[in-house]
Design a protein around this ligand. Structure first.
Ligand code: KIV
Ligand code: ZN
Length: 383
């Protein structure tokens, strides 16, 4: 539980981890358009790319650093001197810059990917932080695959990289392996067991392989993390990252539980979601939480009757809060009289009870033949 309205920083990685989604490639102009919208949305940090990975990524980090004001621009690096130098060069024009460096901490990654001992990896990580600090005092250290790592080793790494100058510690559940109790425990025990943990902000970076990214991120915030690493619409490697819109709205709607605030203007969530979907070509599923087309649509008669009497019976989010116009009453064979009357009234038709009953019977016959009864269908019915 947060203290009195603690601030949670929103670190958006749509343009880095999100752009790693298979099949997504954004042009420079598209990245700039999304970057501008992220500033309007009110995120605190934009991870603009991985500068050494390609000339295009270097250019995009450089361009966003030049163009975007009032936000921290971050560049990702491996724990290598050359990566850090290149990232620092790309970030040079930024008003506020952050270097995000690090390497794996799980035995799996150390043995199979990095081919280093724990001691060697720790040395490399500490050296990388020291190099990054030559370019900026805002250095974030990621411990890749923390979710499957040995806790005592994680505590040691955190302590040493903070001593070396890291100001944010990223605790990624890179493989989406943990479940909320475990991720909560991970963040909580790091904060409790690392003697200098008060010198850094802890950050949740969760992948969605088992569909638990948002739950894990919120569990991390409940345990004391004060930064969330998220992407719009939850896009990202494999099953994606934690969805920005879900975490922001959960913190808002369940402020009774978290008592935490973000700087996000929630009314910009839907416009941002639509822009990212359009430019990345990643379609948002209709039933997606917060921004899906069905998120504020009611189709069964019982739900329509409830929501038309009092919205809160079936809606915990006012659609206006996320930038949607209003809730929708979708007419299907499951709809009732209240829903039909409402939709007819919306297009200007009011009938006597007798005439309405007749229409309702015909409506049900029509609804049984199609997925949805549209406004045109209603006009035809009335005619
Ligand atoms: O998932 C992960 O571990 C990452 C790091 C590079 C931060 O994306
Ligand atoms: Zn990631």
């Amino acid at each position: 539980m947060c203290n009195v309205a603690d601030r949670v920083l929103v670190f958006d990685t749509t343009l880095r981890d999100g752009e790693q989604s298979p099949g997504v490639r954004l042009s420079l102009d598209e990245k700039l358009e999304i970057g501008r919208q992220l500033v309007t949305l009110g995120v605190d940090i934009i991870e603009a790319g991985f500068p050494i990975s390609s000339p295009g990524d270097f250019q995009s980090v450089h361009m966003l650093s030049t163009e975007l004001k009032g936000v921290t621009i971050c560049g990702l690096t491996r724990a290598r001197e050359k990566d850090i130098e290149v990232a620092a060069e790309a970030l040079k024009p930024a008003e506020r810059k952050r270097i995000h460096t690090g390497l794996g901490v799980s035995d799996n990654h150390l043995e199979h990917k990095l081919r280093m001992t724990r001691e060697q990896a720790l040395e490399v990580g500490v050296a990388a932080v020291k190099i990054a600090r030559k370019y900026t005092d805002d250095v974030e250290y990621f411990m890749e695959d923390s979710g499957r790592a040995d806790l005592d080793y994680v505590y040691k790494v955190v302590e040493e990289v903070i001593k070396a100058g890291a100001t944010t510690i990223n605790v990624p559940d890179t493989t989406g392996y943990t479940y909320p109790n475990e991720y909560h425990h991970l963040i909580k025990t790091i904060i409790e067991n690392v003697p200098n943990s008060d010198k850094a902000v802890f950050s949740c970076h969760c992948h969605n392989d088992l569909g638990m990214a948002t739950a894990n991120t919120l569990a991390g915030v409940a345990a004391g993390a004060r930064q969330v690493e998220v992407t719009m619409n939850g896009i990202g490697e494999r099953a994606g990252n934690t969805a920005l819109e879900e975490v922001v709205m959960a913190l808002y709607i369940r402020s009774d539980k978290f008592n935490c605030v973000t700087n996000v203007d929630t009314t910009q969530l839907l416009p941002t979601s639509r822009l990212v979907s359009r430019l990345t070509g990643m379609v948002v599923q209709r039933n997606k939480a917060v921004v899906g087309a069905n998120a504020y649509a009611h189709s069964s008669g019982i739900h329509q009757d409830g929501v038309l009497k009092e919205r809160s019976t079936y809606e915990i989010i006012d659609p206006k809060l996320v930038g949607a116009e209003k809730s929708e009453i979708i007419l299907t064979a499951r709809s009732g009289r209240h829903g039909l009357k409402h939709r007819l009234a919306e297009i200007g038709f009011n009938f006597t009870d007798e005439r309405f009953e007749e229409l309702y019977e015909n409506f049900l016959k029509m609804a049984d033949t199609r997925k949805e009864v549209t406004e045109d269908d209603l006009r035809e019915l009335v005619a």
